[in-house]
Design a protein around this ligand. Structure first.
Ligand SMILES: Nc1ncnc2c1ncn2[C@@H]1O[C@H](COP(=O)(O)OP(=O)(O)OP(=O)(O)O)[C@@H](O)[C@H]1O
Length: 769
């Protein structure tokens, strides 16, 4: 009878054999890389030489141009081939270390033999075309993640298939050695997950390919929904799942989807850096990443856009009136009002401005208004705007033709060097013209066109519409709800105007203003993007999400969040949220997936964190043991800081990173000022992209989406976290910790913690003398 040991030995033999083949392939690929690199070098050098040929003679230049184009493409192709080979080298290197993590034995038909398939991060096919390893994204691999033993279905491009799953085996292979091996009937058994999670540390997020859970697999492999909403508790693997999903989609739609046709809206730059290794570790290129602030700033050039963090810092004291205004402006109905306003706006109410050149009016506001009002009233705003632009460009061309004959132009031509003259001729040759006068007229036009480039750009970019004025006009006509008084609304208008005067714009105005601008000018849409992912969606207003939808009209959306972690607004039930989004997005195929199991933290930390929430019962802790969270109470700031220092020092003996999390920036600065005199510490800022190891100090909103070996929450006093409004903050802080959580309070502890079951944490009091 074969023993588990025999089985492991047999599997090890297979691992050894596969690794031998991988090594041989890696050697061949190394040679190919060297060859490809040499070829790229030759082509690049050749391109470089040709690029510096004398291009003074016009005829030469035209030929050289075509040739150079061709060469440039050759260089690009060579560089790309080399890059592909290098990626293969990377993939083979990873496979050599750990060729696979799973095995499934399946039987399609009782009369067939059972097949054994091995699953790893990438496919490996031997020279006889046998699949020694299947890519985890192959259709058949979903059986590994989804199925318990018995009959299982899986999707293939040809439709649903059924097979019998006879065995499922999990491996942990490191440096070619099987460290662990389990047969399991569960989707992916707990033993391996236990060991993976216990080893986790926080420098970069890891891929979870070997231990994807069933619900996570549903997120990853959803190719059907136009809008996929994931509501998952802290640490449930939402971010991990999106990254795996991106890798899956790239594989699934290889022929039609590029990594740069996917955008991930991430909460902050630290997060962008933190997750940057996941896709490369799966042999894929990273998608684009942008924070909301970056996205908005790019669209409001010249204005300083208030960031979510700035707003959070300044208005922690927002009153009921502020909240009413915010609820109104951030809702879907406000965006509908913007859209209605734009579509009903008569041409004579468009707020045009003069196009000015050299301090003088070139096209007056009155002239532009006249063009607009002459157009059919039923025209769509974007068509109307395009028509106005075209008319203005025609008029500009006419003015250029007139100006081309002016004396100053002729004088310039007379004094021009041959080289400049040839440059202005561009692709034309001297013989192309009927007469010398025609040639001079042509050159004259070139001179004037260059000079009036600014006017052209102003027309092309639609600068003749004052969108801020227009938005102001919209605000003055808005129907606001009864919760807002006329006086409050008037103040809001003045705030907006004052902001613009100082080149600033508040976050609540961004989405509606952009929508207004886009509808009226027919701009702002990016139709190339196929997938948009929004992480930490609870921090986005519906208006912002709607604007993002408007900006990427052809994209499918995946929105991930945890309403319990809402730092900036109240909590909303997932179903209710989905309904709201479905109505607002107006899409047919929606899907909601909820994740209730938390993987990040030890069971003790998750149990503590979930107890903070009024409805935390639904959260399931993953069974990984650790110490109870520790509450430290100190009676005075000096004692608290000393306590903090000793705790930090203690934590550093066992972990790489200790994060001291505070409620806001002021508190972080204060803590940092103290710590830096006693230990090496780093204060993190909004602009930081990388995170050092050691002691880092940061306000909680910058730690969104991140995780740390050890977390110390600074000052969780009753004064700092007085009531239910602070639940989201405390929960988010506590749920950042993977292995250790300490909560330090100056004076009385927050009632949110004081009311908890005392068995959930330990307390260390300062002895008062
Ligand atoms: N299936 C899994 N296998 C191994 N590790 C996992 C798995 N799912 C999640 N994890 C780990 O759990 C931790 C939390 O995952 P992730 O950051 O994706 O969660 P999240 O839901 O985005 O969290 P939050 O909302 O709190 O930011 C990470 O360290 C991740 O690697």
């Amino acid at each position: 009878m074969s023993t588990p040991n025999d089985a492991q030995q047999q599997e090890q033999q297979r691992v050894d054999a596969v690794i031998e083949q991988i090594k041989a392939r890696a050697e061949q690929t190394d040679h190919l890389v060297v060859k490809a690199h040499y070829e790229t070098d030759v082509i690049q050098k050749n391109y470089g030489d040709n690029n510096s040929v004398n291009t003074f003679e016009v005829d030469d230049r035209i030929e050289t141009n075509a040739e150079l184009q061709q060469q440039k493409q050759m260089v690009e192709r060579a560089v790309e081939s080399e890059a592909i080979l290098k990626r293969q080298v990377g993939v083979l290197k990873d496979l050599r270390n750990s060729p696979y993590f799973g095995r499934i034995d399946i039987q399609d038909d009782p009369d067939d033999d059972a097949e054994q398939l091995y699953i790893g991060t990438a496919s490996f096919v031997d020279d006889q075309q046998n699949f020694l390893v299947y890519d985890w994204r192959a259709p058949i691999s979903s059986v590994y993640y989804n199925g318990t033993l018995g009959q299982v279905d899986y999707d293939t491009p040809a439709g649903k298939q059924t097979t019998e799953l006879l065995k499922k085996r999990q491996f942990q292979i490191e440096h070619g050695e099987i460290k662990n091996m389990f047969d399991t009937n569960e989707t992916v058994g707990d033993e391996i997950l236990q060991s993976v999670l216990g080893e986790q540390n926080d420098a970069y997020m890891q891929n979870i390919v070997a231990t994807i859970q069933k619900e996570q697999n549903d997120i990853i492999r959803d190719t059907y929904s136009d809008l996929l909403v994931v509501q998952g508790v802290a640490g449930s693997g939402k971010t991990s799942a999106i990254l795996q999903r991106i890798a899956f989609l790239l594989y699934h739609s290889r022929a039609s989807l590029e990594a740069d046709q996917m955008v991930l809206f991430s909460p902050n730059r630290l997060f962008s850096h933190y997750i940057s290794e996941v896709l490369p570790s799966l042999g894929e290129r990273n998608m684009r990443q942008v924070t909301l602030a970056e996205f908005l700033s790019a669209r409001f050039q010249g204005l300083s856009v208030q960031s979510l963090f700035e707003r959070y810092e300044v208005d922690q004291q927002a009153d009921a009136t502020d909240r009413a205004v915010r609820d109104f402006q951030e809702g879907a109905s406000f965006m509908t009002q913007v859209s209605d306003y734009c579509h009903q706006l008569p041409a004579n109410e468009l707020r045009f401005t003069n196009i000015v050149f050299n301090g003088e009016t070139f096209f007056s506001r009155a002239e532009i208004t006249a063009i607009a009002t002459a157009l059919p009233a039923a025209m769509q705003p974007a068509d109307r705007f395009l028509s106005i632009k075209n008319t203005l460009i025609k008029r500009l061309k006419r003015r250029i033709d007139q100006e081309a004959e002016a004396d100053w132009v002729h004088e310039q031509i007379d004094q021009m060097s041959d080289e400049t003259y040839h440059d202005l001729l561009g692709d034309k040759r001297r013989g192309d013209f009927q007469s010398m006068d025609d040639e001079v007229f042509y050159i004259g036009k070139q001179i004037v066109t260059k000079r009036l480039r600014q006017v052209y750009d102003a027309i092309y970019n639609g600068y003749f519409l004052d969108t801020y004025e227009q938005y102001n006009d919209f605000l003055s006509q808005t129907t606001y709800p009864a919760t807002i008084t006329a006086e409050t609304w008037q103040t809001r208008l003045q705030q907006f105007q004052a902001g613009i005067e100082y080149h600033r714009i508040a976050l609540i105005d961004c989405a509606p203003l952009l929508l207004l601008r886009d509808i009226l000018t027919g701009s702002g849409e990016n139709r190339r993007m196929q997938y948009i992912f929004v992480d930490e969606m609870q921090d986005y207003s519906l208006a912002q999400l709607l604007y993002i939808k408007h900006a990427f009209p052809l994209a499918k959306f995946t929105l991930l969040g945890d309403s319990e972690q809402a730092l900036f607004k109240g909590i909303e039930a997932p179903k209710q949220l989905l309904e709201r989004l479905r109505d607002a997005f107006q899409v047919r195929r929606v899907n909601l997936i909820t994740l209730n199991k938390s993987y990040r933290s030890t069971m003790q930390i998750t149990n503590f964190a979930k107890a903070l929430l009024p409805d935390g019962d639904q959260i399931q802790a993953f069974t990984r043991e650790g110490a109870l969270p520790k509450v430290m109470i100190r009676y005075g700031e000096d004692q608290a800081l000393q306590g903090l220092l000793s705790e930090v020092t203690h934590q550093l003996t066992t972990t790489h990173t200790v994060a001291v999390l505070t409620r806001n920036l002021a508190e972080s600065k204060q803590v940092y000022q103290y710590l830096k005199h006693h230990t090496v510490a780093t204060l993190m800022a909004d602009s930081d992209r990388t995170m050092p190891q050691g002691v880092i100090v940061l306000p909680i909103y910058l730690a969104k989406g991140l995780e740390f070996d050890s977390v110390i929450a600074y000052n969780i006093s009753a004064e700092n976290y007085p009531d239910q409004d602070s639940v989201g903050l405390l929960y988010t802080i506590a749920s950042r910790a993977m292995h250790h959580l300490t909560l330090l309070s100056i004076g009385d502890v927050s009632p949110l913690i004081a009311h908890l079951d005392p068995t959930l944490f330990t307390i260390e009091h300062q002895v008062r003398v």
